[in-house]
Design a binder for this molecule. Structure first.
Ligand code: ZN
Ligand code: FE
Length: 262
């Protein structure tokens, strides 16, 4: 669910594009500044922003995949936006202006976000973390009850990246870019069928999807309890994979492998 940030004079909106992508727009009401995250398409983003009376001052990009960058040109042209991305992804992000490295900060209105280098889905994937707003834009790395496919990175890299995200506070709101939760719940049940947090999420997701409502953003604390891709240490999951006591990375890799063919 989109968090209510009005007490900080901030608004966050979620713009659905294509089959199952979300673009986010974060607006600081005090400075009247907007950041758009991963505009995979132009028209719907421009339309949504104009409806709010916002301008896309900044475009934040998590990684180079087409469904995250294809709208950059149109949005930038329309609003004269500054495009921000990872230094080592710069060749693959069209119209990039500001190239950042791990640990560097980017300012949106009164707020700062930290760049977190989280390879796995791609080798140059980053997240934007706004500590004061408790917001994490996780791109295609952490989904609700899922994680991104390993297009470029290894299971070990993805596991390390997810472990870094897991170390953030439990009340962090995870703004991920895909509506995959229904399938992810079904998969989670195959390896963690008795987890009450998975079953609770299943009910919630069914209710939301029946009304065509988004199931994300979600709370990091809830994910830690239900998302199998964050639970490689859990003995119940290890047991159901016949990997009790195995190395973390072996367990994680097996979960990822099973999901790939689910
Ligand atoms: Zn992607
Ligand atoms: Fe994607």
């Amino acid at each position: 669910m989109i968090p209510d940030l009005s007490f900080q004079d901030v608004r966050l909106i979620q713009i659905p594009i294509y089959q199952d992508n979300y673009v986010y727009a974060l607006h600081d009401d005090v400075q009247d500044v907007t950041a758009v995250i991963d505009p995979g398409d132009g028209e719907p983003v421009i339309e949504a922003l104009e409806q709010e009376g916002w301008r896309a001052d900044t475009i934040l990009v998590t990684h180079h995949h087409w469904d995250h960058v294809n709208g950059i040109e149109a949005v930038k042209q329309h609003f004269d936006s500054v495009v921000v991305g990872y230094l080592y992804d710069a060749k693959r992000i069209p119209h990039i202006d500001v190239k950042l490295e791990e640990g560097e900060r980017v300012t949106v209105g009164r707020f700062q976000s930290e760049v977190m280098f989280i390879p796995g889905h791609t080798l140059t994937h980053i997240a934007y973390y706004f500590p004061e707003l408790k917001l994490l834009f996780s791109g295609d790395t952490l989904f609700s009850l899922g994680c991104g496919r390993l297009f470029e990175g290894t299971a070990g890299q993805m596991m390390t990246s997810l472990a870094r995200l897991m170390a953030l506070p439990d009340d962090t709101v995870v703004c991920c870019t895909h509506e995959y939760t229904e399938t992810n719940v079904a998969f989670a049940k195959t390896i963690d069928p008795h987890n009450p947090h998975v079953l609770e999420r299943e009910d919630e997701v069914a209710r939301l999807r029946a009304k065509s409502q988004p199931t994300v953003p979600m709370l990091l604390g809830e994910e830690k309890k239900a998302n199998p891709f964050l639970r490689w240490r859990d003995s119940t999951i290890q047991e159901s994979l016949n990997l009790l006591g195995e190395k973390d990375v072996e367990v994680f890799a097996e979960i990822r492998r099973r999901k790939d063919v689910f």
